[in-house]
Design a protein around this ligand. Structure first.
Ligand code: 26W
Length: 837
């Protein structure tokens, strides 16, 4: 037996596990399928359900990632490689279903299709079977997943640290036009893609008090006496790179009771008491907070954030020790990225671990902490910037509050030296908001505790420097940089748009999938090639038919695949202005019912997106869209030229069908509000033209694709601020614009709410009084721009030319480019030559 003791994963695999667990051929996979059906599902083929076959296939594919996964883990844990490892700390990872992506990245799609056909199974049906791990709300969570795919594909050793929520983002049903939230029981059939690491567990302290003492060396030390402890258990999900050996891991923590059953309580008949701690502890990783901007400020949310951060940092210290490196070099081996402020307690927790638990000097620990951490900001919305009431913070994390006070004292002392007498500045920069009942400003903790602060698009980063973080930019300008978001072309083109991928590969080879920025531009000359245009249009038409089938299946609405598919899919939020799109629809409806040929091109307008359960105006916007849809789709005349659809339960899985089917991508947020957007990139990569404002990454997309290939409208971020500063009176626009007035009056009249004038009053009043997101100011420009889009679509070949140019010119929006910039500018990680650009 000793022979096996010290062999590399590759040897283990090839020597011991043999072909059935590693072979990539159709034969090996077919054999493995039956093996796993027998051994893991304990089912004979004739008795196997679709879920049994799906599970057997999932285990078969997982086996084939194990070799690469363990090789990568070995490289992270073994001393040989002095590589710096990226720790991506995020409260959300919106991975989407794993099966399809794994087949693409391992390059075994055909072989699996072949193997399945031999056992009478159909891959598309098994792909449908997979439950989507909805461990995120929207942009931030999905970006984290795209970045994990790029980190592996660029062979950068990395661990994505997060929370294994038992219940992810809710499933959305639409009942009588209203959103209804349904619990997301994604684990009900188990999860074949994760490996429970029951030996990788850490205790996390909560509540209680602190006390000082002198240690045996006479040093003044602090200890934390917690009120309770929970145990974090690691669950690993392999993250395969695209056609490379690296397979990184997503390490998600599940909360369990340190003592899951209290026998004493049981013996005295206190059965609830016996399991009380278990229930209380497990609550921490029970459910994802479904808010996507407005922060909840709930104690459980802070406990969730501290729980996964503490487990992750303890694990990073353990891995560092396994590598035989000293704590003093922590920052040389770990590049830790804080995905917004949600994990920013990491700054104080790393200080606690280094100073309290490992007796490091404060200054040394602080230098290491700053060198280790980078902070990415994803929003400018004031209500999304996390600030915790002091009493709540003191109750849950008493030691961290002391450490934050000390960080703050030293920070303000330094500022007082640099900006003598400028108490205003100090008050604005302080980690503690002294106003009213005091708060801890988490963005300030993240900013002072990091060596790099980045926004997620050029405009956003500039606005960060001018607004929410301007004082930090003033005192530490060297920390600020921009890294524009990106999306992975593996999931968002190769997986979700296989026909387009095949066409592109037929003309420029397949290197584009891993080198989008260099290769995709080779499509440009084909934009005027009529044969290529025809093939391009045929594929778009096929994708539109596929989406039309999904719409029929989910809503019963029949849409015309030959019409212009105009799509807005994203979380519902007033700044994203789904209700501006709705105003345009009513204006178009009014035009069409007056004169049917008015609008030229027939249109299918598709919406999708979830509203945070507590966000009333967002839910009212969903109701309005569905009410308008009902009216228009039932109108015998207008519905010939216009159909409106709200696609329920928009998520990663359904978005695979949506992005490839779009002709027009709606990116219409109030300029200065959408930090970046990433859906805009997915649409453009799949040949959609964008109608949008100069907001977030729209600005860079427009510059990349050519201003003439982008439908621009609306005020700029500057003009928005100016209009607001000079006093904005939306009502005057309502009065002066008859079409707008007719549109708003129709809503107010109860026309879309069977005469009930009260239903949409909150929305109408907010528009006519405050209109915080400048819908009325941008209304006419938007309506005119939509007419330009309609007119342009009338010339199909010219539209195809612009569509091809959009795809050809958005290579830079690959998440590989973003990750290269993080490696170069923040994590100081040198890529292997082959992965350099
Ligand atoms: C505390 C509640 C909460 C939850 C999530 C506040 C803020 C968030 C996220 C930051 C919201 C989010 O997803 N922001 C989006 O991040 C994307 C990735 O960078 C950007 O492309 C979007 O523009 C931004 O809205």
């Amino acid at each position: 037996m000793s022979k096996i003791a010290n062999v590399s994963p590759a040897e283990v695999h090839s020597n011991t596990l043999g072909n059935v667990r590693t072979g990539l051929s159709a034969d090996a996979i077919a054999e493995a399928l039956i093996n796993n059906l027998h051994c893991l599902q304990a089912k004979l083929p004739q008795h196997a359900t679709r879920n049994d076959w799906y599970m057997a296939l999932a285990y078969t594919i997982r086996d084939r990632m194990m070799e690469r996964y363990m090789a990568t883990v070995a490289s992270i844990a073994e001393t040989s490689t002095a590589a710096k490892v990226v720790a991506y700390l995020s409260a959300e990872f919106l991975t989407g279903p794993h099966l399809g992506n794994s087949l693409i990245n391992l390059g075994i799609w055909q072989n699996v299709e072949e193997a399945l056909s031999r056992v009478g199974q159909d891959l598309p049906l098994l792909l449908e079977q997979e439950e989507e791990p909805g461990l995120g709300n929207g942009g931030l969570g999905r970006l984290a997943a795209c970045y994990m795919d790029s980190l592996a594909t660029l062979n950068v050793p990395a661990i994505g640290y997060g929370i294994r929520y038992e219940f992810g983002i809710f499933d959305q049903l639409i009942r009588d036009g209203w959103q209804v939230e349904v619990t997301d029981k994604w684990l009900r059939f188990g999860n074949p893609w994760e490996i429970v690491r029951s030996e990788i567990t850490f205790d996390v302290k909560l509540g209680g008090r602190t006390e000082s003492y002198q240690d045996e060396e006479g040093r003044y030390r602090m200890r934390w006496l917690p009120e309770r402890m929970v145990k974090g258990v690691a669950y690993d999900t392999p993250v395969p790179g695209y056609r490379v050996p690296t397979t990184n891991l997503l390490r998600l923590w599940k909360a369990e009771a340190t003592e899951s059953f209290d026998f004493e309580a049981f013996n005295v008949g206190d059965y609830y008491g016996a399991v009380n701690e278990k229930v209380a502890s497990e609550t921490i990783s029970k459910v994802l907070y479904p808010n996507d901007e407005p922060e909840a400020g709930k104690q459980l949310r802070l406990a969730q954030q501290y729980f996964f951060v503490s487990c992750s940092l303890q694990d990073m210290l353990r891995l560092l020790q396994m590598r035989g490196e000293t704590l003093d070099e922590f920052h040389l081996y770990w590049a830790t990225q804080l995905n917004d402020t949600h994990p920013s307690i990491a700054v104080a927790e790393l200080m606690r671990l280094l100073v309290d638990e490992h007796t490091m000097e404060w200054d040394r620990a602080w230098t290491i902490t700053q060198q280790t951490c980078g902070y990415t900001n994803h929003t400018l919305l004031a209500e999304a910037l996390e600030r915790w009431p002091l009493p709540l913070f003191a109750k849950l994390l008493p030691r961290h509050l002391e450490i934050i006070y000390e960080i703050n004292r030293r920070f303000l002392d330094d500022l007082r030296r640099r900006y003598p007498g400028d108490d205003q500045l100090l008050g604005r920069l302080s980690l503690i908001d002294e106003a009213g009942d005091k708060h801890v400003r988490m963005a300030h903790l993240a900013s002072v505790g990091s060596h790099a602060i980045n926004g997620v698009a050029a405009l956003h980063t500039n606005l960060l420097k001018q607004t929410v973080l301007r004082d930090f930019y003033r005192v530490t300008p060297e920390k600020f940089l921009n890294v524009t978001n990106g999306v992975t072309p593996r999931r968002w083109v190769a997986l979700s748009n296989p026909k387009l991928s095949a066409l592109i590969t037929r003309h420029i080879g397949d290197r584009w999938i891993a080198n989008l920025e260099d290769e995709l531009q080779h499509l440009e000359p084909l934009a005027i090639d009529v044969d290529f245009q025809r093939d391009w249009q045929t594929i778009k038409a096929d994708n539109k038919r596929a989406l039309a089938d999904l719409i029929k299946e989910r809503t019963g609405i029949l849409v015309d695949p030959h019409s212009l598919f105009d799509i807005q899919v994203k979380r519902i939020h007033e700044y994203k202005r789904q209700h501006l799109n709705a105003l345009y629809l009513i204006t178009l409806y009014n035009k069409l019912r007056r004169n049917c040929s008015a609008a030229g091109t027939s249109r299918t307008v598709i919406f999708g997106g979830k509203a945070a359960p507590g966000y009333r105006m967002a839910k009212l916007i969903i109701k309005l869209i569905n009410a308008i849809a009902l009216t228009i789709n039932l109108d015998p005349v207008v519905s010939q030229r216009l159909k409106v659809v709200f696609l329920p339960d928009f998520n990663v899985k359904s978005s695979h069908r949506v992005y490839p089917a779009a002709d027009l991508s709606e990116q219409i947020s109030t300029a200065g509000k959408e930090a970046s957007g990433t859906g805009n990139m997915k649409f453009a990569m799949n040949g959609a033209l964008t109608i949008g404002t100069l907001d977030g990454a729209n600005v860079e997309i427009r510059d990349a694709v050519g201003h003439e290939n982008f439908f621009l409208f609306g005020l700029t971020a500057e003009e928005v601020e100016q209009r607001r500063a000079e006093g904005y009176t939306p009502h005057s626009l309502y009065v002066s614009n008859p079409e707008l007035r007719e549109t708003i009056d129709l809503i107010a009249s109860g026309f879309f709410s069977s005469g009930d004038r009260e239903l949409f009053r909150p929305l109408v009043d907010s528009l006519l009084t405050r209109d915080d997101y400048m819908l009325l100011a941008d209304y006419q420009s938007y309506v005119d721009c939509q007419q330009r889009a309609s007119d342009a679509y009338a010339n199909r070949n010219d539209w195809a030319r612009m569509s091809i140019l959009n795809t050809a010119r958005v290579g830079r929006f690959s998440s590989d480019r973003s990750i290269r910039e993080y490696c170069r500018d923040i994590w100081k990680i040198r890529l292997a030559a082959s992965d350099e650009r």
